[in-house]
Design a protein around this ligand. Structure first.
Ligand code: NAP
Length: 306
């Protein structure tokens, strides 16, 4: 059975940048891209802060460019999800939905996914008015009334995007202070059809077959109120995609891959880059930078093997 030199798991900015560098370094990487290739940028509209695009670029277009660039240097792609890994043997074994692959080294770049509030009503109404992606689902709420939960950059981006489509957008935040960067706060506060409900948590999503509103609890005085809505967008952060790694490498309390000395994980020969091991910066450009570093670390590791 063939043994790959390098398998990269994940195809967001970290995975694809690692692939570009590794392919140019003649490592013939195989990228297991996942069924939802491209990562979180596939769910983003205008990317204004990725260097080199003075006119901004759409998230999916940026990912398509990175993928084409990786393909230009003969990166191989597999459109499957990884089911499990075995890092206790060498070569390492990576099991996908249809096959088991062997490899001398691995770069983990599976990123992170949206966090949910964890309400029964929220899960029941997902796809029926509850969403975590304005770019994907905003169109269905044209001319309607929606709310966004969260006070970070993601929530502001979602609210801004939705304000172009919807009649009214309400941002519901559990404190009275936004976490989002100033520029985004100013942008959102300048929109006439966006308003804020402060110090409030959604305790129930209302509706049987579709969202009709939310029940809110004031975090200061415990008062309960209701808000009529057609759609609810959850934007309260992310969780790393590491369930397939449990027991194989060290993960922290929140499930992020623990790295030392740049991109090294607790398993020698397994490296990590991007949001899967970065809960702080989480930017396309920092993920891409980490992907580059991981490919250098792999090169060094493989050189010392032979
Ligand atoms: P975030 O910065 O962690 O913000 C999450 C927000 O959700 C916070 O306001 C938090 O409230 C709130 N929240 C968390 N759990 C909640 C719960 N159970 N119920 C109600 N509210 C809850 O996450 P993010 O906005 O997804 O951003 C993540 C990272 O990506 C950040 O580093 C951000 O800078 C980056 N990002 C950048 C851009 C950009 O345009 N440059 C766009 C998107 C994301 P508290 O404030 O009270 O904690």
């Amino acid at each position: 059975m063939r043994t790959e030199r390098l398998i990269i798991i994940g195809s967001g900015p970290a995975g694809l940048t690692a692939a570009i560098y590794a392919a140019r370094g003649n490592l013939h990487p195989l990228v297991i891209a996942g069924r939802e290739a491209g990562g979180q940028l596939m769910l983003t509209t205008d990317v204004d802060d990725y260097p080199g695009f003075d006119e901004s670029i759409q998230g999916p277009d940026l990912m398509a460019k990175m993928r084409k660039q990786a393909q230009r240097f003969n990166t191989k792609f597999l459109a499957e999800d990884v089911v499990s890994v075995n890092f206790s043997q060498k070569p390492f074994a990576i099991k996908t939905e249809t096959q088991t692959l062997l490899t001398q080294s691995v770069i983990l770049a599976t990123g992170a996914s949206a966090t949910w509030l964890g309400l029964e009503s929220e899960q029941r109404l997902r796809g029926k008015g509850v969403s975590a992606c304005a770019v994907c689902d905003g169109f269905f709420f044209k001319g309607k009334k929606v709310a966004v939960v969260g006070g970070g950059d993601t929530a502001m981006r979602e609210a801004n995007f939705l304000s172009r489509l919807c009649k009214k957008v309400t941002v519901i935040h559990r404190r009275d202070n936004l976490r989002a960067q100033d520029a985004l706060q100013r942008l959102v506060k300048s929109k006439p059809n966006i308003d804020f409900i402060w110090n409030s948590e959604v305790i129930e999503v209302l509706g049987q077959d579709k969202v009709t509103g939310v029940k809110l609890k004031n975090t200061q005085n415990g008062q309960i109120s209701q808000l009529q809505l057609d759609g609810l967008f959850i934007a309260i952060g992310h969780q790393p995609n590491t369930s397939f790694l449990k027991g194989q490498i060290d993960l922290d309390k929140k499930g992020y891959v623990v790295v030392a000395d740049g991109t090294k994980t607790s398993a020698e020969g397994v490296f990590s880059a991007g949001d899967v091991s970065d809960f702080k910066y989480r930017q396309a450009v920092t993920a891409a930078g980490a992907g580059c570093k991981a490919s250098f670390d792999v090169e060094e590791y493989l050189e010392n093997l032979t």
